[in-house]
Design a protein around this ligand. Structure first.
Ligand SMILES: [Zn+2]
Length: 197
């Protein structure tokens, strides 16, 4: 089932999410729904609060490696890099956000097993962005106050449920395909069209 993705201004995006205590069929169905919802929106990451469920669950699918993170935590981070970022809950908005270059995270998978993942590039960025969602944090909280004032009008439009028009024509599937093809390094570091997470 495809869920509606919440947008800026909706309360669930700002809540602290609860840890997951049981891995059951209900959770497995939710994960399938989240992948469907994320793929339809052409995102590469989605956190449960973005569909109104305040549980510590998130999915990431970078370079066709679908990952499910239950109760994820960042154990270690290093480096710092600034990249343009987009979010399915702030459609059309792209801003430069500084984050750690590399992260070591742990989480539980759908079999209930704990795992660790070392990541860099887009995956590292997506992990940090999605964990922020579980803490009620959005990427606009990580840009300067001055910049937030500059884009105040855009933020108001997003809160009203509008999608900002973007010069990258993200709704054009051909454009998205060519962007993927251009990605020869195997790591999308967010050149002209940042991945939506
Ligand atoms: Zn997001």
């Amino acid at each position: 089932m495809i869920h509606r993705i919440l947008h800026l201004g909706e309360e669930a995006l700002r809540r602290d999410s609860e840890p997951i205590t049981a891995i059951d069929d209900k959770l497995r169905v939710l994960v399938v729904d989240m992948f469907e919802t994320m793929h339809k929106a052409r995102g590469v990451g989605l956190a449960a609060p973005q569909i109104g469920i305040n549980k510590r669950l998130m999915i990431i699918d970078v370079d066709e490696h679908p990952l499910v993170f239950i109760n994820p935590e960042i154990i270690r981070k290093s480096g710092k890099e600034t990249c343009e970022e987009g979010c399915l809950s702030l459609p059309g908005l792209r801003e430069n956000v500084s984050r750690a270059t590399k992260v070591l995270a742990n989480a539980i998978d759908l079999d209930g097993k704990s795992f660790e993942i070392e990541a860099e590039g887009l995956l590292a960025r997506a992990i940090q962005h999605e964990i922020d969602h579980l803490d009620g944090v959005l990427f606009i909280d990580r840009i300067s106050k001055a910049r937030r004032i500059q884009i105040k009008r855009d933020l108001e439009r997003l809160e009203a449920g509008e999608t900002l028009e973007s010069p990258d024509a993200e709704d054009d599937p051909d454009e998205a395909a060519s962007d993927n093809e251009a990605n020869t390094s195997g790591q999308h570091t967010g050149a002209s069209t940042p991945a939506l997470i």
